[in-house]
Ligand binder design. Structure first.
Ligand code: CU
Length: 164
């Protein structure tokens, strides 16, 4: 993908008014971050990861990006920092039990979630949400339960997502 395509992919994750002022950062397969565009509103958008099935670009605030960096680098996420991310571009396919799985396997509880937003680093908010390995992804649920990276997945209705 060209840088222009990467920026377009990344921006599709958030509402246009947020995406237009967000920083755009591409992550290479070895985990290196490359800034494609500076931002002014505190949000950072990452393009789709082509090595996983399904579209998964995301736009997050500063705390969410600290959390994502910890996840990518397999480090402890920051304490007492609640973060928010948009993933409005379409379905995220992922294992709900292995934060590093790249593809579906018989035992890794692969799930598909449509457009959604996420809250990360909010341990106290998880109570009362489903936290089973194979959740109903049309409803809010806890992704990666009982790992350091458990977070809240909140589906949103995006009738225009298919045409973006
Ligand atoms: Cu997500």
């Amino acid at each position: 993908m060209s840088d222009e395509d990467l920026i377009k992919s990344a921006m599709a994750a958030a509402p246009p008014a947020v995406a237009k002022d967000a920083a755009i950062v591409a992550i290479s397969p070895d985990g290196q971050m490359r800034e494609l565009r500076k931002g002014t509103n505190g949000f950072t958008c990452l393009p789709d990861n082509p090595s996983t099935p399904g579209p998964d670009p995301m736009c997050g605030d500063r705390n969410a990006m600290e959390w994502a960096k910890a996840w990518i680098e397999k480090k402890e996420p920051p304490r007492n920092k609640v973060g928010f991310l948009y993933m409005l571009a379409g379905g995220t396919d992922a294992s709900n039990t292995d934060p590093y799985a790249q593809k579906p396997e018989a035992t890794n509880n692969w799930v598909e979630t449509g457009p959604h937003v996420m809250v990360v680093g909010a341990k106290g908010m998880m109570e009362g949400y489903p936290r089973n390995a194979k959740p109903d992804t049309s409803q809010p649920y806890v992704m990666w339960p009982d790992t350091p990276y458990e977070h809240l997945m909140l589906p949103v209705h995006m009738p225009e997502a298919a045409t973006r």
